[in-house]
Write a protein that binds this ligand. Structure first.
Ligand code: ZN
Length: 253
């Protein structure tokens, strides 16, 4: 019996960065893969002077391409406004950001889809929201609430072991010139302590799908700043596979 897995993400490109290997593997193994993305990521950084609606349209198209490459059978965009890196963005078009929306309202939207799908598994974010983006924390809270509403049998948080990031951040703090808003504390509390990680998914055979999904998000790879995505895509294939060949989950329920 094929199972249905629903992945709930905050912004276009999060699916590529965090769960694309698992999604591609599940789809290849005959499971039904559904992707829900809360916002259109219009507060993200981009090369072209795109902002708000213009950038939202571009990022939605990129998300559609990424989802197609990963074998996603249903993609739902919830169209909440991006809250921005500090969670205090006020959209110029009067729309409501994800962080301004009550958790119960978001959860009801997500639960509707999860129920239609009779999902066996819901994947949301960890309690830290990964590295702490306010929209990611909102996805954790509303994902959990949606799973309760829909009575989803299995709920996981996509995450990563905290320790290597904290070690890297401490090294960088000592050795590198860092931006003013660099916060060592943020890394010490990011993601999940290694001992709480319950599942490691081997996706080494699917790293080419992951690369392709990342490459679909070109607006995030071509900025003037060094962006995570372009930095990852520049890695030689064996190193990319080593770093991104495992995806980590914590069972929440
Ligand atoms: Zn995000």
């Amino acid at each position: 019996m094929p199972r249905t897995l629903v992945f709930f993400h905050a912004h276009p490109d999060d699916e590529a960065l965090l769960t694309s290997g698992t999604m591609a593997r599940a789809a290849a193994e005959g499971q039904r893969v559904v992707l829900i993305t809360a916002t259109s990521g219009e507060a993200g950084l981009a090369a072209h002077n795109l902002q708000d609606r213009g950038l939202a349209d571009v990022r939605e198209e990129e998300l559609v391409r990424s989802a197609r490459m990963l074998g996603v059978q249903r993609l739902e965009l919830l169209h909440y406004a991006d809250s921005g890196l500090h969670g205090d963005r006020i959209p110029t078009d009067g729309t409501t950001t994800l962080c301004q929306t009550p958790v119960a309202e978001i959860a009801a939207d997500v639960a509707k889809i999860v129920e239609q799908e009779r999902a066996d598994v819901l994947v949301t974010y960890d309690a830290a929201g990964g590295y702490g983006h306010p929209d990611h924390i909102r996805v954790h809270e509303s994902g959990l609430a949606a799973a309760t509403l829909a009575d989803t049998p299995q709920v996981f948080a996509v995450t990563a072991p905290r320790e290597p990031f904290a070690i890297g951040a401490r090294l960088a703090d000592r050795l590198l010139p860092l931006p003013e808003d660099f916060s060592l504390e943020q890394f010490e509390t990011a993601f999940t302590p290694r001992r709480n990680i319950s599942h490691r998914v081997n996706v080494r055979r699917y790293v080419d799908f992951k690369r392709a999904a990342l490459r679909a998000h070109t607006s995030q790879a071509s900025g003037a700043d060094i962006r995570t995505i372009s930095a990852l895509l520049d890695l030689p294939r064996p190193l990319f596979s080593l770093l991104l060949g495992t995806e980590f989950y914590q069972r929440l329920r």
